[in-house]
Design a protein around this ligand. Structure first.
Ligand code: ZN
Ligand code: ZN
Length: 331
């Protein structure tokens, strides 16, 4: 199908293709061929699992946060507690990041909390449909444990149907730059450079996004997965005053295969600079083995990249599994 005047007349956004798929803001889809995938898998030396300490978050601090705080639940999953609101990002509590219970990337580090141990959740944001970010079992449990008052699930365009299929009906799906106001929160879907796929037939048929969350005067940006792109400079300009950004620092090797979809730690530092965020936390590492870098390499390279740019390490730390980061300067 060609991109003709009819599409222009219908005001089709530039990232919506006529065939129903989505592309990045540079007009391109990330589509490595199956041949490239095999080339990577065949040449691959999978890194060894490593031990990471898991901290049990203090239940009293989780139940009654004195100030704004964020708890790392592993990978891209955070519990964000701001002004009495509890928000989860990309919740994943299952054994594997895979459609199959017996095959696919296995969790190396246990979640520091169970879903049962979480406080009442007001909202859940999901960045895209890859299995390490959208976990059916976690979402259905989060929904069913609050059956009388379920969280609001926010997903990028094209994913509402997926969640409906799980029996989850309190879902809002947003296109890039759209926002939704809910119980004193404003949640905005913003472009990042990535792709989507859950089955053989659905590549890029649902959108991927970073989430900007405003609660009173606190502004957080959850990047989700992204390659480095100009999107972050624009977000930093159009949505100033980001207090805290969660930025991926893992899943980058080999570069020839991963670069488009996953930033390196050095690019994560540039993303932090572009976003003009006050603080950032490194995520998307140390939980699953998805790619070829060693599990403990991302924070080492992050620290080095921060030093090179003259940025205090305390402005862009990584967290331990289950660690609670209290955002003291804001309260
Ligand atoms: Zn992804
Ligand atoms: Zn991911």
């Amino acid at each position: 199908m060609h991109n003709g005047p009819a599409d222009v007349a219908q005001n089709r956004p530039a990232h919506h293709m006529p065939d129903g798929t989505f592309v990045n803001t540079d007009g391109k889809a990330i589509s490595k061929s199956f041949k490239d995938l095999l080339r990577w898998r065949w040449s691959r030396k999978e890194p060894a699992p490593q031990h990471f300490d898991v901290i049990q978050p203090d239940p009293d601090v989780i139940a009654k946060p004195a100030i704004t705080q964020i708890t790392w639940l592993g990978h891209s999953a955070f519990l964000l507690q701001v002004k009495g609101k509890n928000i989860l990002t990309d919740p994943h509590f299952s054994k594997r990041a895979s459609p199959l219970s017996f095959l696919g990337p296995e969790r190396i580090v246990e979640p520091p909390m169970t879903i049962e141990e979480l406080p009442h959740i007001d909202a859940v944001v999901i960045s895209h449909n890859h299995y390490d970010h959208l976990d059916e079992a976690s979402l259905t449990e989060l929904y069913s444990r609050q059956q009388d008052n379920p969280p609001l699930f926010l997903v990028p365009l094209g994913l509402k149907e997926e969640l409906s299929g799980y029996g989850i009906d309190q879902v809002v799906e947003l296109d890039w730059w759209e926002f939704h106001e809910y119980e004193g929160m404003t949640l905005t879907a913003l472009p990042v450079k990535h792709w989507s796929q859950r089955t053989f037939f659905d590549r890029n048929k649902s959108l991927w996004a970073g989430w900007l969350i405003d609660i009173e005067d606190f502004r957080i940006f959850h990047t989700g997965d992204s390659g480095y792109s100009d999107d972050f400079r624009k977000i930093g300009e159009d949505y100033p005053g980001i207090d805290l950004a969660t930025i991926p620092i893992g899943a980058y090797d080999p570069r020839w295969f991963m670069k488009d979809a996953h930033m390196s730690p050095e690019e994560a530092v540039q993303t932090f600079i572009d976003l003009k965020a006050e603080k950032a936390i490194g995520m998307h590492w140390g939980t699953f083995i998805l790619t070829d870098e060693e599990m403990d390499e991302p924070p080492v390279r992050l620290a080095e990249a921060l030093r090179e740019k003259g940025i205090e390490a305390s402005n862009f730390p990584v967290m331990g599994h289950g660690e609670i980061y209290q955002v003291t300067h804001l309260d």
